[in-house]
Design a protein around this ligand. Structure first.
Ligand code: GLN
Length: 486
C-alpha cells in the first residue's frame, strides 16, 4: 500500500478494497512512527484530515470520484489552508491560522484529495538544505546525517520515506527539483504561470512556481492536472485551456533530441553524479533518443543574477510582516517603530534577514542601475540561451545538483557554497521554463542522484512522458531508503 501508485490507490478506493479513512489512518500512523526522526511534518491535524477522508468516501460511494478523490496529499507549509496553521517555516507566522485556502489547496479540495498535513521547509523557502526552518532541520531518510535538500525538504523526505503518497512543493530557484534529487523522488516545476500563486506565501514573485512531488512521473501528471489552471486572483496566472498532462504518457522516445549543455558537465560536478547521469543518458539512447551538445554560455551568471533579483523581490514581499495584523509581535516595545523593528528582528531568522538586507541594498537609489537593472538585463540573456538551445533539441538534460546530499551543518556557515548547490536549477526559473528531476541511481556514498529534465515553455506533458519512459525501463524510482521499509 505504501508503495502503490496514485492510479493503484484510486483503483483500490473505487473497488472498496480500502476506504479513504483507512488510507488516511495508515499514513497518519506512519507519520506518528517516523516523523519524530525525520521532522518532515510541522503540523498534523488528524481530525481535519479524517473529516476530509470521510467526505471523500461519501463521494466515492456516490460514484462521483475523480482520480485523486480520497488520496492523502501532504502540503508544503507555504500554502495557506483554511483553519490550518500556516507557518512558512518561520517564527514570524508561528501562530498564523489561515482564514482562506490557496488556489492549489482549493484545487486539491475540489478534486476530493485529503490534506494529510503541512510539511517542513526552509524559512520563507530560502535555502537548499532545510536547515533554516524555525521548526528544526529535516533529515534525509537515506541517511539521517544528510540534508534532504531545500526548500521543499519536508515534502521530499515525506514522499521518500512513504509518509504520504504525494506532496506539493514550490520552486523559486530549485526547491522542488533539488530536494527531489537528494531524496530519490520525482518532482516537476511547471512553466511560470501554469499554477496560480494565490495563497502561496510569496518569496520572489517573478520566480516562484508550485508543483507536485511524488514517486513517479505518472503520479506527477495526475497531481499537476489538479494543480494547474487559470486563476484571475494571480495576475501572472496564464489563461490557457485546461490540459491533460498525462496525454503523452506512452509515446515512444525514438527521435527525441536531448540537448546536453556543455556548461553542466564541467568543473564542479562530482564524479559520482556525472557517472550516474551518463548511465541514464546511455539508457535514453537505448530507448531511441539522440543526444546533441548545446551551450548555455550565460549560465555561469545565473546564481549571481538570482541572488540580486530574488532578494530584491523578497525584501519587498516580506515588508508585510510588521507585527500589526497577524503573525509574530515582539512582547515589549516603546513605540510603533520600535514594535516594527523588534518584531522583525525577533521573528525572522538569519538567512531571511540576510536576503532582506541584500534586496534593500540592490534596490536602493544609488545601486539600482548597477545591480537590479543589470541583473534584469542578464536574466533576459540567460532566457535567450535556452531559446537558442531549444532550436536544436526537444529537451535538455543534465544533473539536478552538483553533488549528492551533503551533511547537516556542512554548509550552514558558508552561504555562498550553499547557494552554489542550485547552480543547475536556478537558470530555469530565471527563464520561466519547466524543469523536473527524476531518480537516476546512487552516488559513491549510497545517496540518490537526480537527473534534471528541462523542457521548452508548456512542454510539461512531453517532459513527463520522457521521464515516464525512463521509469518504465529502470527501477531507481522504486528504491526505498532504509528508513521506509514496511
Ligand atoms: N535555494 C534557493 C534559495 O535559497 C532556491 C530556493 C527555492 O527555490 N525556494 O533561494
Amino acid at each position: 500500500m505504501l508503495n502503490a501508485s496514485l492510479k493503484e490507490l484510486a483503483g483500490l478506493l473505487a473497488g472498496k478494497k480500502i476506504s479513504s479513512v483507512e488510507l488516511t489512518q495508515l499514513f497518519l500512523k506512519r507519520i506518528g512512527e517516523l516523523n519524530p526522526a525525520l521532522n518532515a511534518f510541522v503540523t498534523v491535524d488528524e481530525g481535519k484530515s479524517l473529516a476530509q477522508a470521510e467526505a471523500a468516501d461519501a463521494l466515492i460511494a456516490s460514484g462521483q470520484a475523480g482520480p485523486l478523490t480520497g488520496i492523502p496529499v501532504a502540503q508544503k507549509d507555504i500554502f495557506c489552508a483554511e483553519g490550518w496553521r500556516t507557518t512558512c517555516g518561520s517564527k514570524m507566522l508561528h501562530n498564523f491560522v489561515s482564514p482562506y485556502d490557496a488556489h492549489v489547496i482549493e484545487q486539491f479540495n475540489r478534486a476530493g484529495a485529503v490534506n494529510l498535513g503541512k510539511t517542513n521547509m526552509d524559512e520563507f523557502a530560502m535555502g537548499s538544505s532545510n536547515e533554516t526552518s524555525f521548526y528544526g532541520k529535516v533529515k534525509n531518510p537515506w541517511g539521517l546525517n544528510a540534508v534532504p535538500g531545500g526548500s521543499s525538504g519536508g515534502s521530499a523526505a515525506a514522499v521518500a520515506a512513504r509518509l504520504c503518497p504525494a506532496a506539493t512543493g514550490t520552486d523559486t530557484g530549485g526547491s522542488i527539483r533539488q530536494p527531489a534529487a537528494l531524496t530519490g523522488i520525482s518532482g516537476i516545476k511547471p512553466t511560470y504561470g501554469v499554477v496560480s500563486r494565490y495563497g502561496m506565501i510569496a518569496f520572489a514573485s517573478s520566480l516562484d512556481q508550485a508543483g507536485p512531488m511524488a514517486k513517479s512521473a505518472e503520479d506527477l501528471a495526475l497531481l499537476l492536472n489538479a494543480m494547474a489552471g487559470f486563476d484571475p486572483r494571480d495576475s501572472t496566472s496564464l489563461e490557457r485551456p485546461k490540459e491533460d498532462y498525462g496525454r503523452d504518457l506512452g509515446q515512444p522516445l525514438k527521435g527525441l533530441r536531448i540537448g546536453l549543455p556543455r556548461e553542466y558537465f564541467a568543473a564542479g560536478l562530482a564524479a559520482d553524479v556525472a557517472q550516474a547521469v551518463e548511465t541514464a543518458l546511455a539508457e535514453y539512447r537505448r530507448l531511441g533518443a539522440e543526444t546533441v551538445e548545446v551551450s548555455l554560455p550565460n549560465s555561469k551568471l545565473a546564481v549571481p543574477v538570482y541572488y540580486v533579483l530574488a532578494p530584491a523581490e523578497a525584501s519587498s514581499n516580506l515588508a508585510r510582516f510588521d507585527g500589526v495584523r497577524y503573525g509574530y509581535r515582539a512582547p515589549e516595545y516603546t513605540d510603533l517603530n520600535d514594535m516594527y523593528g523588534k518584531s522583525r528582528a525577533q521573528g525572522f531568522g538569519a538567512e531571511v534577514k540576510r536576503r532582506i538586507m541584500i534586496g534593500t541594498y540592490v534596490l536602493s537609489a544609488g545601486y539600482y542601475d548597477a545591480y537590479y537593472l543589470k541583473a534584469q538585463k542578464l536574466r533576459r540573456l540567460i532566457a535567450q540561451d535556452f531559446t537558442d538551445a531549444f532550436a536544436r533539441c526537444d529537451v535538455i538534460m543534465g544533473p539536478t545538483s552538483p553533488t549528492t546530499a551533503f551533511n547537516l551543518g556542512e554548509k550552514s556557515d558558508d552561504p555562498v557554497s550553499m547557494y552554489l548547490s542550485d547552480i543547475y536549477t536556478i537558470a530555469v526559473n530565471l527563464a520561466g521554463l519547466p524543469g523536473m528531476s527524476i531518480p537516476a541511481g546512487f552516488g559513491a556514498n549510497g545517496l540518490p542522484v537526480g537527473l534534471q529534465i528541462v523542457g521548452n515553455y508548456f512542454g510539461e506533458a512531453k517532459m513527463l512522458n520522457v521521464a515516464h519512459q525512463f521509469q518504465l525501463a529502470t527501477d531507481w524510482h522504486t528504491r526505498l531508503p532504509p528508513l521506509s521499509e514496511e
